[in-house]
Design a protein around this ligand. Structure first.
Ligand code: ADP
Length: 477
């Protein structure tokens, strides 16, 4: 048997007919998992719909306590969950531990927010009438999640849904079902009713997506993944006018202005680019450096990137793990080769890494321009594309020249510029003098083709609430 802590994922294992899940660092099968068919979804939905009313009828305090217990169990099994995450996603163990902390923080945050789903009363337009606005759970929800943050993507969607009294049915990525199953196991132990929170691993992503989006009982679909699939799901969800939250792709600019603190900017750009081997939708995709700092910046950055330790995530020293699949590796390879053919220059890396079949060397390219494919596509690998700019206006124009609008970053010491650039960047999130911006307390999400809705923060709960306006007449005038 594998290194998997099976007590956490036991109910999802199926060594006979299940689908194999491989460790991207070695190519070895970790274990086989139960493979749900789209035809099985209806029964799960019916049970969820029957159970959710009882869950919603509990006091907010009861739901809050269960979520808090879920959080406590995640903390208790931190090492086991981090190990599962590293085994199936490939990320270095220290990143998996960090991810677990982040994932757990959503259970904690929404256990607190559960008690604060306030409605409102509105001063009436007439005597003898009262206007109430109630917040009510949307109903039974479905979600589809990716592999790059296999723990966080589950809690960030399930915790707000459960907090307000919805049921949540999720299909995790076929690459990383065990993290999701382990969290489901802990949720049951925490007292969250079995039927209101279900994880359904499946090889049939298309079939599951279609039934999630078209089933009349499911009232909401939440998705994190590529923009192409997000568009498909939105089209499908139109047939039943479902609520939809979409966290889609990004093309994050990271701008280093001439007045930036160079050391801090290099540090921030390392984190923003190389975390999770560059496989993050908020990851730095275009590194825009002012011409006066350019050469010095590239020298320092390249030295840091070349020194990163590439290897199996289970090795405590590893900083860069494998890419998730061979297909992902080939895409990164093609983008780098294409950029070089289109005139970019290699500062370091530029090829596969001998740590294993799915590893790519940390790479820095200079001389990248907006017309190259690499500047237009989500790289999703450990490859930094450096572009040179002359002034603020040009940097903003380049930064906004994309259909995406998720995360953006810039470094400056000038307060007036900071205010100006925050306003000018067409992105859902802006980090100023920071390379990491994810936190459960702030609204995470994008504009343009990067998505709809926000996750985390008090706004994250609104995604799972409907407003009901009640006009109460016949009252004493
Ligand atoms: P990524 O490149 O991050 O895997 P995807 O959008 O391909 O982005 O995958 C994210 C999630 O979407 C995964 O759970 C995957 O199984 C699912 N998925 C892929 N194709 C479809 C589809 N046609 N319909 C619904 N879900 C899909």
């Amino acid at each position: 048997m594998s290194q998997l802590p099976t007590f956490l994922v036991a109910h999802g294992l199926d060594e006979e007919g299940g689908m194999p899940v491989t460790n991207p660092a070695t190519g070895e099968v970790i274990a086989k998992v139960r493979n749900y068919a789209a035809s099985e979804v209806d029964a799960v939905v019916q049970k969820a719909e029957a159970a959710r009313h009882g869950w919603a009828a509990q006091t907010a305090k009861v739901r809050s306590s269960a979520l808090r217990h879920w959080f406590d169990l995640m903390v208790k099994y931190r090492e086991e969950l981090a190990l599962i995450c590293t085994l199936e996603s490939g990320k270095p163990l220290y990143e998996a531990r960090g991810e677990l902390d982040y994932a757990a923080s959503f259970a904690e945050w929404f256990s607190e927010e559960a008690k604060r789903a306030y409605g409102e009363t509105i001063p009436s337009f007439a005597t003898g009438k009262e206007i109430l606005v109630r917040k009510e759970p949307v109903g039974t929800c479905a979600a589809i999640t990716p592999w790059n943050f296999p723990l966080t993507m589950i809690t960030r969607k399930a915790a707000p849904a459960l907090a307000v009294g919805c049921a949540m049915i999720m299909k995790p990525s076929e690459a990383t079902p065990f993290s999701a199953l382990a969290l489901e196991h802990l949720a049951r132990e925490a007292g969250i009713p079995e039927d209101v929170f279900r994880i359904l691993p499946s090889e049939d992503a298309r079939g599951m997506g279609e039934i999630f989006c078209t089933h009349p009982t499911i009232r909401k679909i939440s998705f994190t993944g590529s923009t192409a699939i997000g568009k498909l799901l939105l089209t499908q969800a139109g047939s039943t006018v479902k609520r939809a939250s979409m966290e889609l792709g990004g093309n994050a600019p990271f701008i280093v202005f001439d007045d930036a603190d160079m050391e801090a900017a290099v540090e921030g750009a390392m984190i923003a680019k190389f975390r999770n081997a560059g496989q993050a939708c908020i990851g730095l995709n275009r590194l825009l450096v002012h011409k006066d700092l350019h050469d010095e910046f590239v020298e320092q950055y390249t030295a840091r990137a070349s020194a990163l330790k590439v290897g199996n995530g289970l090795d405590e020293e590893s900083q860069i793990g494998p890419l998730i699949t061979d297909k992902a590796l080939q895409k990164v390879e093609a983008l780098v080769d294409g950029a070089l053919a289109q005139g970019a220059t290699l500062a370091c890396g530029g090829s596969r890494h001998n740590a294993g079949a799915q590893f790519y060397a940390p790479t820095v390219l200079t001389g990248v321009t907006q017309d190259m494919d690499i500047a237009r596509s989500e790289i999703f690998g450990p490859v930094a594309s450096v572009m040179r700019f002359d002034d603020e206006e040009e940097a903003i124009a380049i930064a906004n020249d994309t259909n995406y609008g998720l995360a953006s970053y810039f470094y400056t010491r000038d307060l007036a510029r900071a205010a100006r650039v925050i306003g000018a960047l067409e992105y859902g999130m802006v980090a100023v003098n920071e390379g990491l911006l994810g936190t459960e307390v702030a609204p995470f999400g994008g504009i343009k083709e990067s998505g709809l809705g926000r996750e985390g923060s008090r706004h994250g709960m609104d995604e799972y609430l409907e407003m009901k306006y009640a006009l109460v007449g016949g009252l004493p005038g």
